[in-house]
Write a protein that binds this ligand. Structure first.
Ligand SMILES: *Cc1c(COP(=O)(O)O)cnc(C)c1O
Length: 497
């Protein structure tokens, strides 16, 4: 493909993208293919001779598209949204054009500098305290700052590495007689804390860095509380273990619960733990959610996924630290082929020292296009609309009488189930939990088979529930109405059976 052909076919691709977005409401959201379907459809080795764009495109449409679940559909309510936007797509197109491997400032100064400026823009948009900003109001460099990570899972690993190094560096200060061997012997005794509702990336991070973990039962509202954390730490210290890290959640995956962030901060301070806040789920332009996030100002690090609910195409997770020293110390490896530039460090960040991979694409570009073309008002309006839809759905489900809401609706997530009294037509006998569970599992299965809308179920404290995550950029009230209609119709059918 030469430039002339790319010019022509590239425009055709943009047309295809537009046609796809325009038709999404008419396409069943969930792919229904069987495992292994693709192996039967495409050759088992690469072609020897080149093929044309048109041939590949035909197969893309006939063979790949059937195996696609449509995350951008307004009828997609599963997991959490991957709510992209056209400005973000355009930012990514230019990023693809440049195809830069940005690890040090010198790789392309604009890549580093835009990342610094964008993470500050975003930090201010969230109402973050100044310790999280790279460049302070007077133009001086801060101790902390933001960086773009691939995902919230990557961010938690980075936070844990920084936490471990900080803890190990502190030990000889408290106990000068410790030798290096003593300190190495402490490594396997380090413990990280999280709740039974913390995202799986907490455990995965611990597996990767090789530390112990303590999973703490959440309270009745699915929150990690400071008392439970305190107890867990005391028990571990009794056993000679060394607590070093705690993960608080602002919006858990199951129910979007908010942990006792200020209470955890107090314990973390007293016990000298690194405090990471995982906001994977949420977006929080500050006028909307900042009050709910009280306590986040005490975090050592926190991360939120712009690629979930903030109009940015996958992938782009932004992590802030209040002090980058331990992060950079732990992750900076100097080699002659990785030249550094001398200068005002606030403009010469080497982001390879803030994350796991050396290179990363130019993700700040999509943040720039999106934030400029939506403006703060547009970003907030988008989120406000989703929260309104979620509240509406909650009201309708309650008004129906057959459903119960299983967790407070703060954001765009509505967790509900068919309630026990609706399953049981004889109020004199109480219905077994397994019967209620079965009705709710059947409802999820029926929704998947029906395939007008797509959502997934989960289990919380032994109860099977359904999760409707509202947040599609293209979603309108009509999509939420359809979701309600499908849930009501299929519930009627299940209860009749
Ligand atoms: C989705 C999610 C994550 C992980 O997401 P990545 O795909 O790793 O970015 C982490 N925490 C929470 C609360 C999430 O909902």
């Amino acid at each position: 493909m030469d430039i002339d052909e790319f010019r022509k076919k590239g425009k055709e691709v943009v047309d295809d993208i537009c046609d796809y977005y325009a038709s999404l409401d008419q396409i069943p959201p969930m792919s229904q293919v069987e495992p292994g379907y693709l192996y039967k459809l495409i050759p088992h080795k690469a072609p020897t001779e080149p093929e044309t764009f048109d041939e590949v495109k035909r197969d893309f449409q006939t063979k790949i598209m059937p195996g696609i679940t449509h995350w951008q559909s307004g009828n997609f309510f599963a997991w959490f949204p991957s709510s992209g936007s056209f400005p973000s797509i355009i930012g990514d197109m230019y990023s693809n054009m440049l195809n830069i491997v940005g690890f040090n400032w010198i790789c392309s100064p604009a890549v580093t500098e835009l990342e610094t400026i964008m993470t500050d823009w975003l930090g201010k948009l969230l109402g973050l305290e100044k310790q999280f900003l790279s460049i302070q109001n007077d133009g001086s460099e801060g101790q902390g700052g933001g960086s773009i990570q691939g995902s919230a899972s990557e961010a938690i690993v980075v936070a844990m590495i920084a936490a471990r190094e900080k803890k190990l560096a502190e030990l000889p200060k408290a106990c000068p007689e410790l030798t290096q061997d003593d300190i190495d012997a402490i490594r396997p005794k380090l413990v990280a804390y999280y709740s039974d509702q913390t995202h799986s990336s907490g455990q995965k991070g611990a597996n990767i860095i090789g530390c112990k973990t303590h999973m703490i039962p959440s309270d009745d509202n699915f929150r990690l509380t400071s008392d439970a954390l305190h107890e867990a730490i005391a028990a571990d210290k009794q056993k000679g273990l060394v607590p070093f890290f705690v993960c608080g959640s602002f919006g858990t995956t199951n129910t979007a619960a908010i942990d006792d962030l200020p209470g955890i901060a107090e314990v973390a301070k007293k016990e000298r733990l690194w405090y990471h806040v995982d906001c994977g789920t949420t977006s929080m332009p500050h006028t909307l959610f900042r009050p709910l996030a009280a306590g986040i100002e005490f975090a050592d690090s926190f991360d939120f996924n712009t690629h979930k609910w903030m109009l940015i195409s996958f992938e782009c997770s932004v992590m802030w630290v209040s002090d980058s020293t331990h992060l950079v110390n732990a992750l900076s490896i100097e080699r002659e082929y990785l030249p550094r530039v001398k200068g005002d460090k606030s403009f010469v960040k080497d982001y390879r020292n803030w994350r796991l991979p050396l290179g990363r694409r130019f993700c700040a570009l999509k943040l720039w296009f999106m934030m400029r073309m939506y403006g703060v008002s547009g970003i907030q309006a988008n989120i406000r609309q989703h929260v309104k839809e979620a509240k509406w759905l909650e009201e309708q489900l309650l008004a129906d009488g057959r459903f119960e809401i299983m967790a407070p609706v703060h954001f765009g997530l509505v967790v509900f189930r068919i309630k026990p009294s609706a399953v049981n037509n004889n109020p004199a006998v109480s219905v077994k939990e397994c019967v209620v569970n079965k009705a709710n599992i059947d409802l999820v299965k029926a929704i998947h088979k029906d395939n007008r809308v797509f959502l997934v179920g989960t289990m919380i404290k032994g109860k099977n529930v359904l999760r409707a995550a509202i947040g599609s950029t293209l979603g309108t009230h009509r999509n939420t109405e359809l979701l309600l209609e499908v849930v009501q119709q299929l519930t009627t059918r299940i209860l009749e059976d």
